[in-house]
Design a protein around this ligand. Sequence first.
Ligand code: ASP
Ligand code: MG
Length: 403
Amino acid sequence: MSLIVQKFGGSSVADAEHVNNVAGIVTDTYKKGNNVIVVVSAQGDTTDDLIEKANEINPNASKREKDMLLAAGEQISISLLAMAIEKLGYPVISLLGWQAGFQTTSAHTDARIKRVITDRIKKELDKKNIIIVAGFQGLSRYDDITTLGRGGSDTSAVALAAATHADLCQIYTDVEGVYTADPRKVNNAKKLSEISYDEMLELATLGAQVLHNRSVEMAKKYNLELEVLSSLTCAPGTIVKEVTNVEKMLISGVAKDTDIARISVVGVPDIPGLAFKLFSKMAAKGVNVDIILQSIGRDGTKDISFTVAKNKLDDTLEALNQFMPAVKAQKVVHDERVAKISIVGAGMETHAGVASKMFEALFDAQINIQMISTSEIKVSVLIDLADADRAVSAIHSKFFDEV
Ligand code: ASP
Ligand code: MG
């Protein structure tokens, strides 16, 4: 007998028909003799709707009260799913995060799971119950309800699978797995049968919204294999694990991030310590700097350019404006019409020429590169936003059509 954790996202439980479909998947798994723990998100756009409701009443509401409200979304979906399973005649119980033993930090709206106390879960498994757990929530040490940040129920599922030593953790969603590019935008995007944690982490961070990146970090930490698959087709999905043994593809995916802005600090003195001063200022403001480019000094001055998330642009510009006179910069310019296109793949650690193949694809499409950055398993370029989709297609066909 195996213990299987199954997680269903908001779109998989959006309405009665979908809830009944999920009840079918869960009870099929149970019927085969498995113990089943299910984690669910709030139905459809419930969480967004709740946020809107809060904003109508008090946009400055405390995070504690926001959590109290947001956690309600999952309470609806777990009880409805339990009812659908009752109707099919199976033993089932729904549990809120705290009942399932989720203890978290007290950082409201962005809490981290500290531990999962599995006593109650074990009792319910002993009673042969199918257990339906509310994702995205837990309890702080002050006994207040917390939530884990948007998309956090993936992380709930992985934490629960780790804490109960589950044999399998399946993440059901509305796509059939992890693709080599966004299948809605790139016609011949292919579903990957496997992907490594590190590749998945890069893709998750780059905005390929299949898995919450903290869930992938946690799965890696506990060496827990995840399967991403569709609740509508149940076709074999993508396995996320440490080492993939499929014949190494050069890259596993092309991703696009348009939530980014470029800032250039022009004409700063070409002396030691400037980058340190500049970026420590950014760090103090909580601004995460991504691609950084410094020009070669010319006539005693140089330019430093970097990218930040769009929602940090105002904070960054404000910090820079205070700081500019002190470092004698000539001016600060910024551009929001940019996109970051990245290729990710463990294959590039051992193969030369991957970056140049990407650059060739961009050259063929006559797309200009503004900035480049690389890591062991990733190459990113910054380009004009208007070229973004064209760039993804060009790069994707360079790597995936020619083989
Ligand atoms: N319902 C929450 C959200 O929409 C958590 C989740 O979906 O994972 O962010
Ligand atoms: Mg959701």
